[in-house]
Design a binder for this molecule. Structure first.
Ligand SMILES: Cc1cc2nc3c(=O)[nH]c(=O)nc-3n(C[C@H](O)[C@H](O)[C@H](O)COP(=O)(O)OP(=O)(O)OC[C@H]3O[C@@H](n4cnc5c(N)ncnc54)[C@H](O)[C@@H]3O)c2cc1C
Length: 374
């Protein structure tokens, strides 16, 4: 029997980030991961980091994450391949342009550097991009990418200085008494105790919520990705093509192209099977935007889960069971939000106050609005 300051369920970016920032505050943290670190969604993501969102809470959260990503190399002692190659949202219609310009106003008012580029400027930024149907693009140069495996490693090492990361340990029960969380029971029959338990179980967070009697509006869905062989490095930003048959892709610092698209209709479940349709479609979609990418060979494809909430924004909150927190429902943004979510939770758990406005992520919100830049 052991006492901890906090127990965190899940060794993905959200769980490790929360543990890392708690450990930096001197807290003794226990991470329980049923498989391996990153084995859920985090190792399956494509590493994109953007700040261009449409609501103040998400913009501020993402800006804080960028600040934290930029400090990681210094804190961890090795590179997490954080590069600010930007995000470029392609604009094809006047209606889209109008909507982006509106959102840009909000983003700028919060201090985000973001520009509308015309077709010629887009071409200068992305050599060889097809601009015939394009009105322009919305570009934020400080967005970027990082290498998820390196980020997880740095955070896990940080946690282990004060706490413990237990792999292959599944939580099967949340222990509580008198409306307060007390600890957890694992599949090997061990009990661990702490006044704080964080549900950072990603696609399985709904099930973990049920263990605590907490209902969470979360549904995972399958998303696929692929990566190509190395191509000449042209610092291609994350290109976001919002057309119904669009997608998003970027160039990694080693020249590879990595990308995804959102399937229509959506494919429910925490599934990791891959499809031939994705392989064919994704290849077609990136070459349509930048024809010279046809020189690349697809090296690998895979799939993982986005965990969705009804409004597309995360849930980061304490639940009705005192001391039992949830940080889940990250959609396609958990990697980029991860550092700031973990940092904010650590501040709240250790100091009792949210350091950022978090109402947008409340479990008690109505879930009636929708993130426009999903
Ligand atoms: C193809 C693809 C591309 C993506 N691209 C991006 C991107 O570019 N940028 C971005 O920000 N996001 C991206 N995402 C989304 C991102 O991967 C997720 O939002 C993020 O990884 C969620 O992190 P998490 O820690 O909440 O969940 P996870 O990484 O899934 O971690 C949860 C962990 O909890 C563990 N667990 C579950 N139940 C239990 C239990 N009972 N006991 C113990 N452990 C348990 C699981 O094994 C898992 O390891 C992408 C996702 C996919 C699939």
């Amino acid at each position: 029997m052991k006492g901890w300051d906090a127990i965190i369920i899940g060794g993905g970016i959200i769980g490790l980030s929360t543990g890392y920032y708690l450990a930096k505050k001197g807290k003794r943290v226990l991470i329980l991961e049923k498989r391996e670190l990153g084995a859920g969604s985090t190792s399956r993501c494509i590493g994109g980091i953007r700040q261009q969102f449409s609501t103040p809470g998400s913009i501020k959260l993402a800006m804080k994450s960028v600040e934290l990503f930029s400090k990681m190399e210094g804190e961890f002692g090795f590179s997490v391949e954080f590069v600010q190659t930007g995000y470029l949202f392609l604009v094809f219609t006047e209606k889209q342009k109008e909507k982006f310009l509106q959102v840009m106003e909000l983003q700028r008012s919060l201090g985000l550097e973001v520009y509308f580029l015309d077709g010629k400027e887009v071409k200068e930024l992305v050599p060889g991009i097809e601009t015939e149907e394009l009105l322009g693009g919305v570009y934020s140069p400080k967005d970027g990418q990082a290498y998820p495996f390196a980020v997880l490693r740095g955070m896990a090492e940080g946690i282990c200085k004060r706490g413990l990361v237990k792999r292959r340990t599944r939580v099967v029960e949340i222990l509580s008494r008198g409306g307060e969380v007390k600890g957890v029971l694992t599949s090997n029959g061990e009990r661990f105790y702490a006044p704080v338990v964080v549900n950072a179980a990603g696609p399985w967070a709904k099930e973990v919520g049920i263990m605590a009697g907490v209902k969470l509006p979360l549904e995972p869905e399958r998303h696929e990705a692929f990566i190509t062989s190395r191509l000449p490095y042209r610092a291609i930003p994350m290109i976001v093509d919002y057309r119904p048959d669009g997608g998003y892709f970027q160039q990694r610092p080693n020249g590879q192209i990595i990308g995804c698209y959102t399937p229509k209709p959506r494919i429910p479940g925490a599934r990791v099977d891959s499809s031939f349709e994705f392989l064919r479609e994704m290849s077609y979609r990136i070459v349509r935007v930048i024809p010279w990418l046809k020189e690349g060979l697809v090296l690998r494809q895979w799939a993982g889960a986005y965990t969705m909430t009804p409004d597309g924004s995360p849930i980061v909150d304490e639940t009705e069971l005192q001391g039992f927190y949830v940080a889940a429902g990250m959609s396609g943004h958990g990697f980029m939000f991860g550092p700031a979510v973990g940092w904010a939770l650590a501040e709240k758990i250790a100091g009792g106050k949210w350091p950022l406005p978090m109402e947008e992520f409340s479990l008690r919100r109505e879930f009636s609005s929708e993130e426009a830049l999903k």
